[in-house]
Design a binder for this molecule. Structure first.
Ligand code: UD1
Length: 365
């Protein structure tokens, strides 16, 4: 039984479910959608584009504070499991969203084995809701499927037994590799009236950036400065759009002819836009990995990352509190003095095959 809930889950679940279907094992699969994300642009479009079958069940939990949302997911998932004639052989959770932790907890409490895809990532920042989700999920999960080298070190240091841990690589890159030809055929730069290699893509949604008024004001100032240098495409998360409107900052962006402020866009559209961008400015986790694979410079508006390989081997630069640092990184990129990506073990488009090998072997024992 696979669990999804929020936007970054769909591209992780898709390649594993496809690979399992191809293996023709005696396992049947079932997909649960918690409904943490519910707008079409945040959820439905990913099912359409990634070829994921409709979920067997939609728990429709919706938004809420972290405690309320996590609690709702737990009770809805628990009731769903209780109503089944038989428990599933295993529950597979991915990533670090509230749905990941909530469903892992419910499953282990019912004695159902849990596998965690993207285990071991740590930002060491407990103010970040996802960090709590990662730590809790890894402690309770039975099989820890690790995506990047730091994950192995973190789990080992935390004392998690090596029998539970497998290095499989990054399943998000599988989806990226598979979808790239279709993404290219959309000619996204042209659609936005941009010249390839001559525009920036921006995304923002972390509470630490968008929920703090002063920080969000400063970030809008940074974007205005960036737009003076090259056009910007900014597909805004609903949370970000709401916050910008509350602070009276949305008009400033929508009225700027050099900023294309849009609703969230589909996976393929976003990959297509990213691939031919001069640079990406973001606070997302997954985009740090995708830009590294695509070799596109990425400035991450965070003081830390749970994905350090994107900094040490990839195209990612972290900038925290001081936005002068962000500007310096942007200038370096614009001047053409910027690092290139090196390959990262297991980010090769075949991670889902290793995930399925590990799952089948684990279930046999
Ligand atoms: C969640 C994940 C985050 C991930 C992000 C990707 C957690 C703790 N956070 O954050 O790790 O990077 O998804 O998007 O799980 N909203 C809508 N429509 C939707 C979904 C949300 O309008 O379909 C709005 C609501 O106002 C909601 C707010 O966005 O309150 C935040 O949504 P929520 O699911 O709480 O967290 P995200 O910020 O999306």
């Amino acid at each position: 039984m696979f669990v999804t809930g929020a936007r970054p889950n769909f591209m992780k679940v898709a390649p594993i479910m496809h690979e399992l279907a191809e293996r023709k094992s005696d396992l049947t699969t079932e997909l649960v959608h918690t409904g943490q994300h519910y707008d079409f642009e945040m959820s439905g479009v990913f099912f359409d584009q990634l070829g994921i079958a409709a979920p067997h069940v939609h728990l429709q939990v919706g938004s809420g504070s972290h405690g309320v949302q996590t609690g709702r997911i737990m009770s809805a998932f628990d009731e769903y499991l209780a109503a089944r004639p038989q428990p599933p052989r295993a529950v597979i959770v991915v990533g670090d969203v509230n749905s990941t932790m909530a469903c892992a907890l419910v499953a282990v409490k019912r004695g159902i084995p849990v596998a965690h895809v993207e285990a071991g990532l740590r930002s060491f920042d407990r103010a970040m809701p996802e960090e709590i989700n990662r730590v809790v999920t890894d402690v309770v999960a039975d099989l820890l499927l690790v995506s990047e080298p730091a994950g192995l070190e973190n789990l080992t240091r935390e004392g998690l037994p090596s029998e539970r841990i497998r290095y499989v690589g990054n399943v998000m890159i599988d989806t990226l590799v598979k979808q790239l030809p279709d993404a290219r055929s959309l000619a996204m730069a042209e659609r936005h009236g941009m010249r390839r290699g001559d525009y920036a893509v921006v995304t923002l949604h972390r509470p630490s950036n968008v929920d703090v008024d002063d920080r969000l004001r400063k970030l809008v100032e940074l974007l205005r400065r960036l737009a003076d240098r090259l056009p910007v495409v900014f597909p805004a998360h609903p949370r970000t759009e709401k916050r910008l409107a509350e602070l009276g900052l949305k008009d400033e962006l929508t009225c700027n002819a050099r900023v294309h402020f849009t609703a969230p866009i589909g996976y393929r559209e976003f990959v297509g836009l990213m691939e031919t961008a001069r640079l990406v400015v973001t606070d997302s986790g997954g985009i740090q990995e995708e830009t590294t694979h695509l070799g596109v410079p990425c400035v991450t508006l965070r003081a830390n990352t749970e994905r350090p390989a994107t900094v040490t081997s990839g195209t990612n630069t972290l900038v925290g509190e001081n936005l002068d640092d962000a500007w310096r990184a942007i200038e370096q990129i614009l001047e053409g003095h910027y690092k290139k990506s090196r390959s990262i073990d297991g980010w090769d488009g075949r991670a889902s095959s290793r995930v399925v090998d590990a799952l089948l072997e684990w279930l046999q024992h």
